[in-house]
Design a protein around this ligand. Structure first.
Ligand SMILES: C[S@@+](CC[C@H](N)C(=O)[O-])C[C@H]1O[C@@H](n2cnc3c(N)ncnc32)[C@H](O)[C@@H]1O
Length: 215
């Protein structure tokens, strides 16, 4: 069952009907307060957006707004779902043309970096054949060494992503096309609330990973 958030309430649905006229279905996994997902949906009415987060409280406000009348900020092309990456509902199978993960933290980050089988199987499950995976991630020993060590995370580097990580992702049908550290100019263009917050006060490397999911 899919747990759809609207304000303080959630409702369960067993099928997500997405109108075929949408060009792309884009899943934002770990969407936080959903404000960036909402902005994308507003700017791209041709696409349908699915924001998913483990913390449904953070999505109360934006999900309420998205369901209002269009003159009051309502959008027909977005839905917010309460879900954890480790156990996403099967009803999301093969829906996404694109999956975004922006600034993962907590178990999403841990599972992404340390290749948790459940999380990667679910990323693959949600994707259509040929879907794009776009991830922006950062943590840095200058600020988060304790956090990194507690979670047995490796130090982030291009070398890490290009090594066994790349090979193991292939076993999930995920082919990395590009991993790089973003430029200062790109950093200044980041619109994710969390990204803006941590980049405004701290100088750190931010990694972007672009991949294709083949099923
Ligand atoms: C640092 S915030 C980033 C939010 C947003 N993407 C942004 O860029 O502003 C990380 C988000 O991941 C969510 N999260 C952590 N573990 C998760 C999991 N296992 N499944 C789904 N969401 C998760 C948290 O609840 C949080 O909202």
């Amino acid at each position: 069952m899919i747990s759809v958030i609207h304000g303080k309430k959630t409702s369960s649905i067993d099928k997500l009907k997405i109108n075929e006229h949408y060009k792309k279905v884009i899943v934002d996994l770990g969407c936080g307060d959903g404000k960036q997902t909402y902005r994308f949906a507003f700017d791209h009415p041709e696409n349908f957006y699915i924001g998913i987060d483990a913390n449904f409280k953070g999505l109360e406000e934006v999900s309420r707004k998205a369901r209002k009348k269009p003159v009051k900020g309502g959008l027909p092309n977005i839905i917010f779902i309460h879900g954890v990456a480790e156990s996403l509902p099967q009803e999301l199978d093969s829906l996404a043309d694109e999956i975004q993960i922006n600034f993962p933290w907590g178990s999403l980050l841990e599972g992404f970096i340390n290749l948790d089988d459940d999380i990667w199987k679910n990323i693959r499950m949600v994707a259509k054949n040929g879907a794009a995976l776009k991830v922006i991630t950062t943590y840095d020993d200058k600020f988060e060494q304790d956090f990194r060590e507690e979670r047995s995370l490796p130090e982030l580097s291009i070398k890490y992503f290009e090594g066994d990580f790349r090979e193991k992702l292939l076993s999930y049908g995920v082919k990395i096309n590009e991993v790089r550290i973003i430029t200062e100019e790109e950093k200044s263009e980041i619109s994710s609330p969390w990204g803006k917050k941590i980049l405004s006060s701290r100088d750190r490397d931010v990694f972007v990973l672009n991949a294709t999911i083949v099923k």
